[in-house]
Design a protein around this ligand. Structure first.
Ligand SMILES: Cc1cc2nc3c(=O)[nH]c(=O)nc-3n(C[C@H](O)[C@H](O)[C@H](O)COP(=O)(O)O)c2cc1C
Length: 332
């Protein structure tokens, strides 16, 4: 019988529970990007209440990136100092924490929005070097690893998607080639740093000619082969599937994915109560689930779940926190 507060192994990390607080932007930084006491307090509540693993907010690669204004910047003056405090808070409660990198655009110096079809091989090397440096910086700040968001419509997800990538060199064509840019990054990180590498990917893409569910499993296998330590699902382009469905829409897919991989997989999206989560854990091969909005509504809700043996998030999924790009709840 699996329970959300089981101690368990997650690749090279030990977790005190199966719930992952997934990437959620903070947006309450001070002038210059510095973290505020409110942000430290939120991390304290999340880490102390029974969360198994924390993924930080999104960090954009470039200050001109679309997500930059909503997210923190790895290159602000206080990054290492501020995030050393955050990672210390997580570690005080034995909760591992990953720094999340996700970028929508890539800036090669001449053009800020270089797409997969246009980037030169020299540009690919520059991009890869910047991601590897970001992993180093996360590691210096005390993070246990990096999560590279290769899902939603982020740059590396577009690169692996035949809907966007029609390159004719070794970075385009078949699945292996479209994943190569990411696989090479993972190989270097794993060879040069002792950190966890998590990849956030889409289960499939609804666009005609986009990644299918079968291909997404093949992509995950390529990432595992390159050295990825875990896979986490995301689903921005198909998130409408969460609504009106009494069963999670990815359950069939995720069981197949888990079957094909030897590394842990995190399922997430619209999970709100302990009974449903324990039902998913005990009726499927799923071992880890992620949540975001419930933590926005109440950062320490898991403490109540743990104490009562049951519980339901007060989040009623209005999605204002997401659409208004705030990390605060608009109802509570
Ligand atoms: C306020 C807010 C901020 C978010 N920020 C991020 C982020 O920084 N990185 C990311 O990968 N996903 C981000 N997401 C998406 C969540 O990680 C998650 O995939 C989505 O909210 C669905 O899960 P949920 O139903 O548990 O909220 C954010 C979501 C919300 C609501």
């Amino acid at each position: 019988m699996k329970d959300i507060f089981d101690k368990c192994q997650f690749g090279n990390l030990e977790l005190n529970g199966r719930i992952v607080r997934t990437g959620t932007w903070e947006t309450e930084t001070e002038e210059g990007g510095f973290l505020t006491p409110a942000i430290y307090d939120r991390y304290e509540k999340i880490a102390s209440s029974g969360t198994g693993l924390i993924v930080s907010e999104i960090f954009a690669l470039d200050h001109k990136d679309r997500f930059f204004e909503y997210s923190s910047n790895l290159n602000y003056r206080g990054f290492i100092k501020d995030y050393q405090i955050v990672t210390d808070i997580a570690h005080k409660y034995d909760v591992p924490i990953l720094g999340q990198l996700a970028f929508f655009y890539y800036d090669d110096g001449d053009n800020q929005k270089v797409e997969a079809n246009e980037i030169t091989e020299e540009g690919i090397r520059k991009l890869q070097a910047e991601v590897i440096m970001a992993a180093k910086k996360f590691s210096f700040a005390g993070f246990d690893g990096i999560q590279i968001n290769m899902g939603n419509n982020f740059y590396l997800s577009r690169f692996m998607n035949p809907y966007f990538n029609q390159r004719t060199d070794k970075y385009g064509g078949n699945t292996e080639n479209r994943v190569r840019i990411s696989a090479e990054i993972i190989k270097v990180i794993k060879k040069t740093m002792d950190i966890h590498v998590s990849c956030r990917i889409n289960p499939w893409d609804v666009r005609k000619g986009g990644v299918t569910a079968d291909e997404s499993i093949a992509i995950a296998k390529e990432l595992e082969k390159a050295g990825a330590d875990s896979i986490q699902l995301t689903a921005r382009t198909i998130s409408y599937l969460y609504d009106g469905n009494d069963k999670h829409p990815f359950l069939v897919y995720v069981d197949k994915l888990i079957d094909e991989l030897d590394i842990p997989v995190v399922l997430g999206g619209s999970l709100r109560d302990m009974n449903t989560i324990n039902e998913v854990l005990n009726n499927t091969d799923v071992e880890f689930v992620s949540m975001s909005k419930p933590f926005v509504a109440q950062a320490d809700f898991l403490a109540d779940w743990k104490a009562n043996g049951e519980g339901e998030s007060i989040c009623y999924s209005c999605n204002n926190c997401y659409s208004k790009k705030k990390s605060t709840c608009f109802k509570y």
